[in-house]
Design a binder for this molecule. Structure first.
Ligand code: FAD
Length: 385
């Protein structure tokens, strides 16, 4: 049940209602009981990936011919929303399914699809995408990782940082320069199966303020030798266009994470303010609490309607990057505002880690930074003025 009184969106057919029930049960029964331990160990258990695969929650967009369910982004949207509504924010499944897998589905050769997609659907392969470097985040064109052809191989050299799923991933889409002097045209993507690759090294799992159950990491490539057919696309130099084409989906996905968390924040806060007694009455009975929650519910409803509109447009292939950037920036900002107000309504208990709102406060903050910062979203939107 949602705390928002909205009708089921038009994009969500009966099959998606069933998927949503399956996903909710999986996250509440298989993930939630282990979440504190995952946070303490800084990563989810590897076997949760295999269980998610068995339950049909990975690689929703993979066609049946490659072992997938042949779904669409609508399936990823439902799974992502349920994961976040259940508080399973640190599991990198949505990034794997809706960000990494589409690169192979859309740009992979027949041979690459057969080699990787079935194992991405089963959870045997865990995906990551490595764009960011110590010296290049917002300015992706400044990346310095190089890939140099060497016979039937490429040698890749460089360092990446902040990579989600970085310790567990064994299939990584790596952004490189094959022609360093040529700006965007010199960018190429490689798909690296790390289990069999010389010259690949994982650095530290980074110590973050939130999302502690995710193994966000540094990665190093030292003469990393990959076969020439690890290149994605028809030839060198297609990487920047591939990255740009995937932006609307990546940004919309982050807005959906935020929407799921907003709903969770409202749900846990409503439960809390109804139960907590102060000055002989429930916290929800103070006019201030009612007004704050009325504002939150109104803004959350407006956000959900806009996110549903973006999902519908995306499913028709009509979502442009600027509109997706509006969703990413506005809903992730709103998420932080709403979670902050909800924490305040918890009083001191909101600052205690044993209350879900405390972890939500820590976990939400990064959404305004990753996937392109919200300032970069505004740069993109402003170009349309
Ligand atoms: C937990 C976490 C997970 C991540 N996961 C991944 C991942 O899986 N893969 C990956 O490749 N990356 C990942 N990232 C990296 C993330 O995408 C980058 O941190 C982000 O793009 C910003 O880059 P930066 O950190 O280098 O900041 P910088 O680019 O150094 O930005 C610093 C500040 O300058 C501002 N700024 C920059 N350019 C402009 C401009 N033109 N106008 C106005 N302001 C500007 C920014 O908004 C920011 O406030 C992750 C990051 C985190 C924290």
């Amino acid at each position: 049940m949602s705390v928002l009184d909205l009708p089921r969106p038009a994009w969500m057919g009966e099959d998606l209602v069933l998927l949503s029930d399956t996903a909710r049960r999986f996250f509440l029964e298989e993930c939630a009981p282990h979440y504190d331990r995952w946070e303490a160990q800084g990563a989810v258990d590897r076997d949760i990936w295999l269980k998610a695969g068995e339950t049909g929650l990975l690689g929703a967009e993979v066609p049946e011919a490659y072992g997938g369910p042949g779904g669409s982004f609508a399936h990823d949207a439902v799974i992502t929303w349920e994961a976040n509504r259940a508080g399973i924010d640190g599991w990198g499944g949505p990034l794997h399914s809706a960000i990494v897998v589409p690169y192979i589905v859309q740009y992979g050769s027949e041979e690459q699809k057969q080699r990787w997609l079935p194992r991405l659907v089963s959870g045997e392969l865990i995906g990551a995408i490595a764009m960011t470097e110590p010296g290049a985040g917002s300015d992706l064109q400044a990346i310095r990782t190089t890939a140099r052809r060497d016979g039937n191989h490429y040698l890749i050299n460089g360092a990446k940082t902040f990579i989600t799923n970085g310790q567990l991933a064994n299939l990584i889409v790596v952004v490189t320069k094959t022609a360093p002097g040529e700006g965007a045209k010199g960018t190429s993507l490689f798909v690296v199966e790390t289990d069999e690759t010389e010259g690949f090294r994982r650095g530290r799992a980074l110590d973050k303020i939130g999302l502690k159950a995710n193994d966000t990491s540094e990665l190093f490539f030292e003469d990393m030798r990959v076969p020439a057919d690890a290149l994605l696309g028809h030839g060198e130099g297609e990487g920047f266009v591939q990255l740009m084409q995937q932006l609307p989906q990546e940004r919309l996905l982050i807005a959906i994470y935020a929407m799921g968390r907003i709903e969770r924040a409202l749900a846990v806060t409503l439960d809390y303010v109804k139960a907590r007694q102060v000055f002989g009455q429930a916290v929800i009975d103070f006019q201030n609490s009612r007004f704050v929650l009325a504002e939150c519910k109104s803004e959350a409803t407006i956000a959900k309607v806009f996110v549903d509109h973006c999902i519908e447009r995306h499913l028709r292939g009509e979502l442009d990057t600027a509109t997706a950037s509006m969703a990413k920036y506005w809903v992730t900002d709103l998420q932080c505002t709403i979670i902050d107000r909800c924490l305040q309504l918890h009083g001191g208990y909101g600052y205690m880690n044993e209350y879900p709102i405390a972890r939500m406060y820590r976990d939400a903050r990064v959404e305004r930074i990753y996937g392109g910062t919200n300032e970069i979203m505004k740069v993109v939107i402003a170009r349309t003025l």
